[in-house]
Design a protein around this ligand. Structure first.
Ligand code: NAP
Length: 515
């Protein structure tokens, strides 16, 4: 009879089950990581530091960096302080600004990869076509088109900002000008003197608009929903400050922690829309009033939902760019394209270039079609109702699969690196358990995942994400929120600090069909 992981089979202890595949065949590894972005790089580094050297990173592109490699649009930057938007185990003393710009964040990731010796572990141009759990051998078999890999453990580190969301409107193929998504920018595009249409008013749009506005002939910004925009306290890091960061022991760590814990103040506010309205919303309205004189434009830019319901945006330059004489705000959704322009509200406006700042497929992750777990079920099948995972990391039916930045790990108030690091330590704890107990496979128990997700979803009650009166990319088509982590990051850190084997069904020998 074929035993399954869910049977909680306990057989003979096999030593070092994570490592025991190392070197046992070409392209066979202890751990395979999919994606060389922030979380994949961090995972590979920490594995190496913990003595697991046989981890290979499969990257579909020809260079590393994930979203920070792809989002090269003008003005691309981070809205979390670099001190916090970096690995706690790899502080950098060379940040040029409070908030890192795309090129320096990408350079930081490249430097980390080299400094911690994982560069040689990355296999480029290896897009995962299918990852299938082999129940018999308790391994993942991964195909990349030209190569097959096998590994005991699969870490999916493809994030939620990896596949663009394109507007589903007619006429895209008819448009004879250029259409470019912010996450697939072409450095060769010259916007000088062009009529440019920008679609969207999210975090990407508010960065690209002020960066290109002075250069273009005209800029039409298509706004379906106005965004709440707060001031961005960015500044250049002086040489003196850099010296302090380099030479004063503990200073960087103190500043990082100050920012990390300081941001948690937002959680009680985000939990009660009325508090948000009295605090951050007032600040945002003040800036809007100061920077936009035209009362009609000001009204068009004023959101009718509570700040924080959609991601809070930070910029000092967005409103001035909208007030410029060559910018027109079109307060309507784009409904189509013609050969020569963009259609909204039944009106066609000419454009030479269209910039789609329309975001990502965050709640329908395309990679989920390609990950096939126990009983031939794909992650997409498992998530047919909505995406969910235990601690955002493990999914019932998918043994030895760990998701970095899985469901409900996105933050509306702090640095994604805080969640990434917590998840990395959790995965390391799981691997330690596998090593110590001779576990070939572990799979989160269905009831554990279910009650966790229930607890988590209850946390949304009354919060700005649920009661703020908006539609956001955090929600799926059913209105469910499988994206946001709805409470303090230290709660997540506490939950993931220790890997609890009791939450999992464990198999201590590979299950073979004839057993
Ligand atoms: P986004 O927040 O999903 O924004 C997409 C925008 O496109 C929305 O304003 C949406 O309108 C609009 N849109 C979609 N279809 C449209 C149509 N047919 N007509 C008009 N507008 C349309 O995407 P994003 O700006 O790329 O940001 C995604 C996430 O990336 C952020 O929330 C953040 O997590 C991350 N990011 C971070 C930074 C940073 O500084 N750290 C910078 C950039 C991005 P609706 O609002 O009506 O849906």
């Amino acid at each position: 009879m074929t035993a399954t992981v869910a049977d909680r089979t306990v057989g003979t202890v096999s030593p070092r089950p994570v490592d025991d595949l190392s070197g046992s065949g070409e392209h066979t590894h202890a751990v395979l990581i999919v994606g060389a972005g922030f979380s994949g790089i961090g995972m590979a580094i920490r594995l190496r530091q913990e003595g697991i050297h046989d981890a290979v990173v499969l990257e579909r592109a020809s260079t590393l960096g994930g979203t920070w490699r792809d989002n090269t649009y003008p003005g691309s930057a981070c809205d979390v302080m670099s001190l916090l938007y970096s690995f706690s185990f790899a502080p950098s003393t060379t940040w040029a600004h409070t908030f890192g710009k795309q090129p320096e964040i990408l350079a930081y990731l490249q430097e980390c990869s080299e400094r911690f010796g994982i560069s040689d572990q990355i296999r480029y141009n290896q897009e995962v076509v299918e990852a299938r759990w082999d129940e018999r051998e308790s391994v993942w078999t991964v195909h990349t088109g030209d190569t097959q890999y096998r590994a005991r453990v699969l870490v999916n580190a493809t994030g939620y900002l990896s596949d663009p969301s394109l507007p589903d409107v007619p006429g895209v193929a008819d448009f004879t000008g250029r259409i470019v998504h912010t996450s697939a920018w072409d450095a060769e595009i010259d916007l000088t003197g062009k009529r440019v249409a920008v679609v969207g008013t999210g975090a990407s749009a508010i960065q690209v608009v002020p960066a290109i506005q002075p250069q273009v002939e005209s800029l039409d910004l298509y706004q379906r929903t106005p965004a709440w925009v707060a001031p961005k306290p960015d500044k250049e890091i002086t040489d003196r400050e850099k010296w302090v960061r380099r030479n004063l022991p503990g200073y960087q760590r103190f500043r990082r922690n100050f920012n990390k814990y300081g941001r948690e103040v937002l959680i009680p506010m985000l939990s009660r829309p009325a508090v948000m309205e009295k605090t951050l919303q007032g600040q945002a309205l003040k800036m809007l009033g100061e920077q936009i004189e035209d009362p009609q434009l000001r009204e068009q830019l004023t959101p009718d939902y509570t700040v924080g319901c959609k991601r809070i945006l930070f910029s000092n330059a967005y409103y001035p760019a909208l007030a410029a004489s060559n910018t027109t705000l079109v307060p309507s959704a784009v409904t189509g394209f013609t050969e020569t322009g963009v259609v909204a509200d039944g009106v066609e406006r000419p454009a030479d270039v269209v910039v789609l700042a329309t975001g990502f497929q965050a709640t329908k992750r395309p990679v989920a079609d390609r990950i096939v777990g126990r009983d031939g079920q794909s992650l997409t099948d498992a998530w047919s109702q909505t995406m969910s995972a235990y601690l955002g990391t493990t999914v019932h039916g998918f043994p030895n699969l760990f998701l970095m930045l899985g469901p409900n790990t996105a933050l509306g108030h702090s640095s994604q690196t805080v969640m990434i690091e917590a998840q990395i330590e959790y995965v390391l704890g799981a691997l330690r358990t596998m090593q110590d107990r001779g576990v070939a496979a572990l799979e989160v128990r269905e009831e554990v995942q279910r009650s966790y997700v229930e607890w988590l979803q209850n946390r949304f009650e009354g919060t700005v994400w649920q009661s703020g009166g908006c539609t956001s990319w955090y929600q799926d088509s059913t209105g469910h929120n499988p994206s946001i982590w709805p409470t303090f990051t230290w709660t997540f850190r506490k939950q993931t600090r220790n890997f609890r084997a009791a939450d999992y069904a464990l198999v201590t020998t590979p299950v073979r069909a004839s057993a």
